[in-house]
Design a protein around this ligand. Structure first.
Ligand code: NAG
Ligand code: NAG
Ligand code: NAG
Ligand code: NAG
Length: 115
């Protein structure tokens, strides 16, 4: 009986937290993706073709940026392919917020450090 009671207490604490993390996971949207990609942009110190300055414009949709593919019902960032862009920089932790990302291709760039 005592064991059941303590189990109930543990559940009483755990259930609201798991509900909360579920709710948090649901509130990301395309603007979350944009913030993540802008964080990446901010970490690139060398961009030989000026792709970021000319194409990754804050005023346009991330889905129209070169190297970005959006898909799915919610039209979220599905693929990031910056192969051969010649970028030098580091990776921001915000990349983890690209919750619908399925393909990430970083060939032929110079990323260093740990995200
Ligand atoms: C960025 O590049 C893509 C693909 O080349 C193009 O469709 C888009 O219009 C460009 N966006 C801007 C703001 O130049
Ligand atoms: C990434 O883009 C390059 C061209 O820049 C292309 O050759 C390559 O096939 C692409 N990779 C993927 C996985 O889409
Ligand atoms: C790597 O990217 C550069 C442009 O940044 C390009 O000139 C070069 O051909 C690429 N190398 C390979 C192996 O694709
Ligand atoms: C995105 O990621 C950062 C760092 O990992 C985090 O602090 C931030 O709250 C996240 N933003 C959203 C909207 O999920």
């Amino acid at each position: 009986m005592e064991r059941n009671l303590s189990l109930c207490i543990v559940l009483a604490f755990l259930v609201p937290f798991s509900t909360l993390s579920f709710v948090n996971a649901e509130v990301t949207d395309i603007s979350t993706d944009k913030q993540a990609l802008l964080a990446l942009k901010a970490r690139i110190s060398h961009d030989p073709s000026n792709i970021l300055a000319n194409n990754w414009s804050t005023s346009s949709s991330v889905c129209s940026w070169t190297g970005i593919t959006c898909a799915g019902r919610h039209h979220r960032v599905r693929a990031l392919n910056i192969s051969n862009f010649g970028f030098t920089g580091t990776l921001p932790p915000q990349l983890g917020n690209l919750s619908f990302l399925a393909t990430l291709t970083f060939r032929n760039n110079s990323f260093y450090g740990s995200p």
